[in-house]
Design a protein around this ligand. Structure first.
Ligand code: HEM
Ligand SMILES: *[C@@H]1O[C@H](CO)[C@@H](O)[C@H](O)[C@H]1NC(C)=O
Ligand SMILES: *[C@@H]1O[C@H](CO)[C@@H](O)[C@H](O)[C@H]1NC(C)=O
Length: 331
């Protein structure tokens, strides 16, 4: 009560109440101890379920990491990607970047179910995804970081946002960079976060163009190593096999390390959007080299950029809601 009076007084005086805790005034920023009192086991619950899922299927780490990215680039990190279609909601799950590709939803459901038992109506689906992305990185050998928390869940989705904001694998370097800049991220974030492709898979349809007809002249991409290309063509034919899977980092596909960047130096990036980081821009080329030679710098920057990405337009305070089921808004 006293707290509110202070806040109201500050507001009346035209002063910012930011010196008080953001929880009380319902505004602002995220911080790692957000659930410290309300759900002390929150982080442990996420870690345990993710560990179990990744032990069962190593690729799940990659899938969970990507979910957070595809969530954050659409209306901010607000769990909009988790909503199924219903009523006026058109699910982002059917967008071009997500269809036949985004996965890990059942793992998020499982985390949420355990969470609701331990601390009902307390931990947001958006925070669960941010934690799952961090834990997935750590479990596969990557860096750790403290995840700022306090995001709330959206009451809507944006199919158009999902189609437009998330870069496509055949976008130009400039288009990709522009899409990052629209989210408040820069070239350093772009290169570091692309390092996520050190784990996980991509489908034939995501890179076929490079193998057969890169620029409409019937020729493969000349920035793709020829023997690697012919190896890829074996299981990614000119037509058919769209959903066939390939490792994004063929050297160490389930280990979070810097071999993704080493591959780029050898013209062995799988996606066009990977290889352009090395071939189309001087500044990003230097960053690729830096991370290829120095895994520690990559890890440090990756952690920083993940925190930055996780801060994209969160719903805080009284905005949004804490969904009870991550797939639908509360009644
Ligand atoms: C820079 C622009 C990016 C483009 C164009 C891009 C594109 C793609 C594509 C096309 C796939 C394969 C999808 C499929 O064929 O099913 C993929 C997979 C993946 N992406 Fe990205 N991506 C980008 C950035 C990122 C970022 C920023 C992250 C995470 C922070 C990320 C994490 C992943 C992961 C982990 C996978 C593997 C997922 C799995 O195996 O389930 N990507 N990406
Ligand atoms: C990129 O891929 C999409 C989907 O396969 C295709 O429709 C589009 O024409 C491609 N764009 C370019 C510039 O090649
Ligand atoms: C390559 O693509 C162009 C248009 O993008 C098309 O006109 C041409 O026929 C294709 N060539 C081959 C060999 O597929």
């Amino acid at each position: 009560m006293v707290h509110y009076i202070i806040v109201i007084t500050l507001l009346a005086l035209g002063l910012s109440p930011h010196c008080l805790s953001s929880k009380t005034v319902g505004g602002g920023y995220l911080y790692p101890q957000f659930y410290g009192h309300s759900c002390p086991k929150a982080q442990e619950i996420v870690r345990n379920v993710v560990a179990k899922a990744v032990a069962k299927e190593p690729r799940m780490a990659a899938s969970l990491l990507r979910l957070h990215f595809h969530d954050c680039f659409v209306k901010g990190c607000d769990a909009s990607i988790l909503l199924d279609s219903s009523g006026s909601i058109i699910s982002e799950k059917r967008s071009n970047p997500n269809r036949n590709s985004a996965r890990g939803f059942e793992v998020i459901d499982e985390i949420k179910a355990v969470m609701e038992k331990e601390c009902p109506h307390t931990v947001s689906c958006a925070d669960i995804m941010a934690l799952a992305a961090r834990d997935s990185t750590v479990l596969t050998g990557g860096p750790s970081w403290e995840v700022p928390l306090g995001r709330r869940d959206a009451r809507g989705a944006s199919l158009s946002g999902s189609n437009n904001n998330i870069p496509a694998p055949n976008n130009t370097f400039q288009t990709i960079l522009t899409k990052f800049k629209l989210q408040g991220l820069g070239i350093v974030d772009l290169v570091a976060l692309s390092g996520s492709h050190t784990i996980g898979n991509a489908r034939c349809t995501s890179f076929r163009q490079r193998l057969y007809n890169q620029s409409g002249n019937g020729q493969p991409d000349n920035t793709l190593d020829q023997s690697y290309a012919s190896q890829l063509r074996r299981n990614c034919p000119r037509s058919g096999g769209d959903q066939n899977l390939f490792f994004l980092d063929f050297v160490s596909p389930i280990k979070f390390d810097n071999s993704y960047f080493k591959n780029l130096l050898a013209n062995k990036g799988l996606l066009n959007s990977d290889q352009v980081l090395f071939t189309k821009n001087g500044e990003s080329r230097e960053l690729v080299k830096t991370y290829a030679y120095n895994q520690e710098l990559f890890f440090l920057q990756f952690a920083k950029s993940m925190i930055k990405m996780g801060n994209i337009s969160p719903l805080t305070g009284y905005r949004g809601e804490i969904r009870q089921n991550c797939r639908k808004i509360n009644a």
